[in-house]
Design a protein around this ligand. Structure first.
Ligand SMILES: [Zn+2]
Length: 433
């Protein structure tokens, strides 16, 4: 879809109070988008531009209260579930399964003001605009502000909000999940007036579709000169721990041709697996990010080298082929160099494909709004992966300046953020009206 980004975009206020003409694009007020982002960033403001808003902290409570006020001002029906997720809805004429949009409100310990917040704010603004400009939907629409995604206060509580919705929090978790300071998540919940024993009631089985608006957190959109991407898959990831074992000897006395040097094997393997992903091109990625050398001394040929390989691809078959090539490379090098090899798979997560119908709604929504998009996979994990276990899903990305995220310098322009919300609003209209 590249090539017509200069086409004038169709974002103008409605001429009448309730313009129900489906050919008129939904109007999103960019000054409100900018003001909401700035306001939310005050709760847990960190450094000049960043945010540190950990789940169930006073800042988090204040930010949730603010979202509730915005939802009430937008004339949405607001409720909170047992883990503290906020739901803001427009009841449909046909009380069936809901169409939902949203994202998380917690941040990294030293994070930016857009990660998660954009989709949480965007959902409320999109529903407010739809209610005012398109009236009552057929299907129930819901904006969702998820309580926790990052695991930044409780390292094993990642996706706490979406896991509650899909029923993936076990009865033991509240008492066993500990913060970095040793506090249980059950105590943290009680401190903000939530009852951990009620968690099972947060489960939902009546959601038809979920759309998550999020910043890209990478450089692809900026590189393409576009503001919005439609996400067709969240990448699958595997992490391997590889150990090469040779023979520890003197670095001066042992001739090169008689060595069994695991460092030489490691160097060749690291170069080959990284090159392979590079030659495959986007979206394949392979990273060797850690390496431990034993014993690790200047004058000793090492005994062993243990290193990590993290390899990702959003296509299930391509992902398996990528790992097979890596595996064959490792074994061939080890055998040729007389090294013992041990490969352990530490993490293995399947890719999450977006739903074709939701993708269609997003593409035609972007077209109606006159916003050029590209289609790309997400290299990072998101709540959408959890939600995909109970409903149809897709994501929308907004350009990140410099591709930067999980830093105080995170930045997306108000006009890019507004474009993302416009695409989501239009897709919601298509799915719910
Ligand atoms: Zn996020």
């Amino acid at each position: 879809m590249r090539g017509y980004w200069w086409r004038p975009s169709q974002n103008r206020p409605p001429e009448t109070e309730k313009e129900t003409d489906v050919t008129t694009p939904i109007f999103i007020d960019h000054s409100q988008v900018g003001a909401h982002i700035d306001t939310l960033a005050r709760f847990g403001a960190f450094g000049e531009t960043g945010v540190r808003r950990l789940v169930y902290s006073p800042e988090w409570v204040a930010a949730m209260d603010q979202c509730r006020r915005w939802a009430e001002q937008a004339d949405l029906d607001v409720s909170t579930d047992a883990v503290g997720n906020l739901w803001a809805r427009i009841p449909g004429k046909d009380p069936g399964r809901s169409v939902v949009t949203g994202s998380h409100i917690d941040s990294q310990r030293s994070g930016g003001r857009y990660d998660g917040a954009l989709g949480a704010i965007g959902g409320i603004l999109a529903l407010g605009a739809l209610k005012a400009q398109a009236g009552t939907p057929i299907r129930t629409l819901e904006a969702l502000v998820l309580c926790e995604e990052e695991g930044s206060r409780f390292p094993t509580a990642g996706f706490w909000g979406s896991r509650a919705i899909i029923g993936k929090i076990s009865a033991d978790d509240p008492a066993q999940v500990l913060s970095y300071e040793g506090e249980t998540i059950a105590d943290a919940m009680r401190s903000v007036g939530l009852d951990p024993s009620g968690i099972p009631s947060a489960r939902r089985d009546d959601i038809e579709a979920f759309i998550e608006l999020h910043i890209e957190q990478g450089p692809v959109l900026e590189d393409a000169g576009l503001s919005v991407a439609i996400v067709d898959a969240i990448t699958g990831v595997a992490q391997f721990e590889v150990t090469l074992t040779g023979e520890q000897n003197h670095a001066g006395a042992f001739p090169m041709d008689l060595r069994r040097d695991p460092m030489a094997g490691f160097a060749e393997i690291a170069g080959c697996v990284i090159d392979h992903a590079h030659r495959l091109g986007r979206p394949a990625v392979t990273t060797v990010g850690r390496c431990d050398v034993d014993p690790g001394a200047s004058a000793i040929i090492p005994r062993s080298v243990r290193f990590s390989i993290d390899a990702r691809h959003p296509d299930p078959e391509a992902r398996i082929r990528l790992y097979a090539v890596h595996d064959a490379l490792i074994r061939e090098v080890a055998q040729r160099r007389g090294l013992d090899v041990n490969i352990r798979k530490m993490i293995d997560l399947e890719p999450c494909k977006s739903d074709p119908g939701v993708l269609d709604a997003l593409r035609s929504g972007a077209e109606r709004q006159g916003i050029a998009t590209l289609t790309m996979p997400s290299g990072a994990g998101h709540d959408t992966q959890q939600m995909s276990l109970i409903c149809k899903t897709a994501m929308v990305f907004v350009r990140s300046a410099g591709g930067r995220s999980h830093t105080l310098e995170e930045l997306s322009s108000v006009s890019d953020c507004t474009n993302g919300i416009r695409v989501v609003a239009e897709a919601l209209r298509q799915l719910a009206y």
